[in-house]
Design a protein around this ligand. Structure first.
Ligand code: SF4
Length: 384
């Protein structure tokens, strides 16, 4: 069993590679895999490729050769996260702008499990401020084991969901009690980027010579907004792209919000929503997050929305990624790869993902519907 230190210093890494291999060789199981946005910007380093080399297509090909029945993308679920979190943000913001003093702002992003655990332990009095939207990993698991399983006529117990994550804390997140139905978890196993590289080597696959392949559908289609979840500032930029268009009814003139990007640990920006100024804060690293939380606690936060990620650079610098030994240049190269993938996408706004629209039409109804609440949202606990 492999044990490594997690970004919060509180969790340990359990390697589920053996369990995944057993599931892949069990003919009674259908095994699907999802890959987080940051993995594609770093996996190549494990095979001697330059930092910042995008290996999206080779990664999909490798997973198919390893025997996964469906190769899907967490970026799809990142688009879904934006639909839910963006709607929640606009709901709270509009109440606030209408003069409702009870409404809780700023809204905080909730897709980083190490950050969630941090505020549950250290700032439990603020636990009704973060968005209730589950992380993309967990939204994916919930949709795979309901919508997709129903579509394919697969029993819940016969469907195994595997995640490839840049993150050690995602292992812990997938094991939280609230993300299981009668003891069957929405996400069965979370492997890190390094563990995937190990699995590819175990499978004797020559990664560098693989062709580029596509993800499967319906849970493999994503927009550029889903991709940029992989780096600091990306979640809030993705949310802005959708929230602006929904709120104003106007098409965005530009999609690259440079003011939200960068590597400084604490950043702020103001975005003009057609006359309404939205103040946004961004923190990566929990020391930086603490500063913003202290301001909220003291009642003088200047922000409407804040993105917080625990790792340096966001998920590109996650604890499950190839080791970067604190080299910021490596992180910057991975970050550039993420933005390049976004730019190359035909669709770059979550609300334009045709498979997300179909998911709402066929199954969920609308964002924040009762079904969406049940499957895609969560609650937080006082763990102080
Ligand atoms: Fe995991 Fe780090 Fe990303 Fe948080 S920022 S989700 S801890 S990789």
């Amino acid at each position: 069993q492999c044990v490594a230190v997690c970004p919060t210093g509180a969790l340990t890494e359990v390697d589920h590679t053996g369990a995944v291999i057993r599931a892949l060789s069990d003919p009674t199981k259908t095994v699907v895999v999802q890959t987080a946005p940051a993995v594609r910007a770093a996996l190549g380093e494990e095979f001697g490729m330059e930092p910042g080399t995008l290996v999206t297509g080779k990664m999909a090909a490798a997973l198919r050769r390893l025997g996964f029945d469906y190769v899907f993308d967490t970026d799809f679920a990142a688009d879904l996260t934006i639909m839910e979190e963006g709607t929640e943000l606009l709901g709270r913001l509009n109440k606030y702008l209408a003069g409702d003093k009870q409404v809780k702002l700023p809204i905080l992003t909730s897709c980083c499990p190490a950050w969630v655990k941090f505020f549950e332990h250290q700032f439990p009095e603020l636990k009704d401020i973060p968005s209730t939207a589950r992380s993309p990993q967990q939204m994916f698991g919930a949709i795979a084991k309901t919508y997709f399983a129903d579509k394919m006529n697969i029993k819940r117990d016969d469907l195994v969901v595997v995640s490839i994550m840049p993150c050690v804390a995602k292992k812990y997140e997938s094991g939280r009690d609230e993300f299981a139905v009668n003891g069957n978890p929405d996400v069965d196993y979370a492997l890190t980027t390094r563990e995937l590289a190990h699995l590819i080597n175990l499978g004797n696959i020559d990664f560098k010579s693989l062709p580029n392949e596509e993800f499967d559908n319906p849970l493999g289609e994503s927009t550029g907004a889903g991709v940029i979840f992989g780096t600091t500032g990306g979640v809030i930029e993705a949310a802005v792209r959708t929230a602006y268009e929904v709120q104003t009814g106007k098409a965005l003139k530009r999609l690259d919000f440079e003011e939200l990007r960068g590597m400084e640990g604490l950043r702020k920006a103001t975005i003009d929503f057609d006359g309404t100024l939205i103040h946004i804060g961004i923190a990566h690293g929990l020391g930086n997050a603490r500063k913003l939380l202290e301001e909220i606690k003291a009642g003088h936060s200047e922000f409407h929305a804040i993105e917080i990620m625990s790792c340096p650079g966001g998920c590109i610098g996650g604890g499950g990624q190839p080791y970067h030994h604190g080299d910021v240049e490596i992180l910057k190269k991975r970050q550039r790869a993420i933005y390049a993938e976004d730019k190359n996408k035909v669709l770059r706004k979550s609300h334009e993902n045709p498979y997300i629209l179909k998911l709402y039409e066929e199954f969920l109804g609308e964002p924040l519907s009762e079904k969406a609440h049940h499957l895609l949202h969560t609650q937080y606990f006082d763990r102080s």
